[in-house]
Write a protein that binds this ligand. Structure first.
Ligand SMILES: Nc1nc2c(ncn2[C@@H]2O[C@H](COP(=O)(O)OP(=O)(O)O)[C@@H](O)[C@H]2O)c(=O)[nH]1
Ligand SMILES: [Mg+2]
Length: 244
């Protein structure tokens, strides 16, 4: 059996063609029931998170990517921008271990709640809604306009867990190649925006930008692609406008 998978319309099935089942669980209906239960619990917690945001008119955006694509570097720029724009921002910083990224975001005017997922089996590879709910306790939600969630770096699992965000955004580094939208379609399908990052490196790479854009379109025709460099700040105005 391939990985259990659920669509927004509620239909559920597994795919043999998307990505292999690396869970080590026995196959069969029992496993499907366990997964249904996990997703059901997660969806309840996600709805509660979203209700808490909506009650305070907070917009919540979930940032996902491979490790090292540039989420934290982007957040440094974005938090500076939000501070100047008078937007009261918060960050839920998800990492398997360490406070390295949370520390990088200190002093930029945002409330930061750190979530280390290392207690799970080998360290959870994604954030789920109950984890985010725990982090919310550390934030003064009444003093927030915008909450950014930096998910754990991974192109597979984070896309499968609703954390209660209103939108999901992917940071994609052009050093990752053109074909990843085809290899990780669940992730690319789950986002509204793909920030195509590390554009400053384009002259030094063989990266075929047109082919990458075509591949994203094949998987998610509605996704907006914004070319940026989180290192130099290029292209970030368009991203900040989208976020506003
Ligand atoms: N050249 C270049 N490097 C970048 C850019 N954005 C991030 N990096 C570098 O990529 C590495 C990983 O970035 P980080 O923000 O920690 O990625 P994260 O794991 O997604 O949070 C760091 O060495 C960054 O300096 C970019 O736009 N251009
Ligand atoms: Mg990071």
């Amino acid at each position: 059996m391939g990985r259990f998978h659920r669509h927004d319309d509620g239909t559920e099935h597994s795919h043999d063609d998307e990505h292999g089942d690396h869970s080590g669980y026995a196959t069969g209906t029992e496993r499907v029931s366990v997964l249904e239960h996990i997703f059901g619990e997660n969806d309840l917690a996600a709805a509660a998170n979203r209700a808490a945001f909506d009650a305070r008119s907070i917009r919540c955006v979930n940032l996902m990517s491979s490790p090292g694509a540039g989420k934290t570097t982007l957040l440094v720029h974005t938090l500076r921008h939000l501070q100047e724009a008078g937007v009261r921002a918060g960050v839920v910083e998800g990492d398997i271990e360490t406070s390295i990224d949370a520390d990088r975001l200190a002093g930029l005017g945002a409330q930061v709640a750190l979530l280390n997922t290392g207690d799970g089996f080998g360290g959870e590879c994604h954030l789920d809604a109950p984890m985010v709910a725990k982090a919310l306790v550390d934030l003064d939600l009444d003093a927030l306009d915008l909450l950014l969630v930096e998910n754990v770096g991974n192109l597979v699992c984070p896309a499968e867990f609703d954390v209660g965000a209103h939108d999901s955004v992917m940071v994609y580094a052009i050093t990752e190649g053109e074909e990843k939208p085809l290899k990780y379609p669940v992730m690319f399908r789950s986002v509204s925006v793909v920030l195509v990052n590390k554009m400053d490196l384009l002259p030094h790479l063989d990266f075929d930008l047109a082919l990458f854009r075509d591949n994203v379109r094949r998987i998610n025709p509605a996704a907006r692609m914004i070319e940026v460099s989180a290192r130099t700040g290029a292209g970030l105005d368009e991203w900040h406008e989208w976020l506003a």
